[in-house]
Design a protein around this ligand. Structure first.
Ligand SMILES: [Zn+2]
Length: 199
């Protein structure tokens, strides 16, 4: 008998997800097996549906079910300010804090010399393209207050130098080494209000 039966297979796959250790994977697997057939089918089809229906917005690079996304195409959002974040989950954190009414740009990563990630490995050129028509007045860099987040901010600041935009960085009051996604709404909105100019 092979050791990798359906339960072991499910545990192994759940264990590959971020933040899911082997104990949690096991608990989830047994919970799923315990669920009603219909619930399990709905869960499985939600996963497939999210994967097939979600596209990348060609303007801000965020994940969305439409292109351009809802935020990029909204007339109620201020197109003259762009908030640059590392990952789509950071857009969610920003939106939860309700402290920003501009548009976003998602880098999908950070510059990290240690990990061999350069500015060309993130969506930085796509950001520059958005500045060409001159309608953007401010770029707020909201990468995490980590070494990589700070390095990324410096690289972006240099890239943005030739453009006629104010470049600012959130950070004041943010615990160093943290991750935007885990801050509460008040911390994020304070950091946003207290952003400082980089150029
Ligand atoms: Zn968008």
């Amino acid at each position: 008998m092979s050791k990798s039966g359906p339960i072991e297979d499910l545990i192994k796959k759940l264990n590959k997800l971020p933040g899911i250790g082997s104990k949690t994977a096991q608990r989830l697997a047994y919970h799923i097996i315990d669920m009603d057939d219909i619930e399990v089918k709905e869960l499985a089809s939600s996963i497939v549906r999210a994967k097939t229906e979600i596209v990348q917005c060609s303007v801000c690079m965020n994940f969305s079910d439409s292109d351009p996304c809802e935020i990029c195409s909204s007339p109620n959002r201020d197109g003259s300010v762009i908030c640059v974040v590392e990952y789509p989950k950071d857009v969610e954190a920003m939106e939860r804090s309700m402290s920003f009414n501009g548009k976003y740009h998602v880098l999908h990563g950070v510059v990290s010399p240690m990990k061999g990630k350069s500015i060309d490995d993130i969506k930085a050129r796509e950001l520059l393209k958005r500045l060409e028509d001159g309608s953007v007045k401010e770029v707020i860099i909201a990468t995490n207050p980590t070494a990589d987040g700070d390095t990324t901010a410096m690289y972006l600041k240099n890239l943005l130098e030739p453009y006629n935009v104010t470049v600012s960085r959130i950070g004041y009051g943010l615990p160093v080494g943290g991750d935007l996604e885990f801050y509460d709404e008040l911390t994020i909105s304070t950091a946003m209000k207290n952003r400082r100019k980089l150029n």
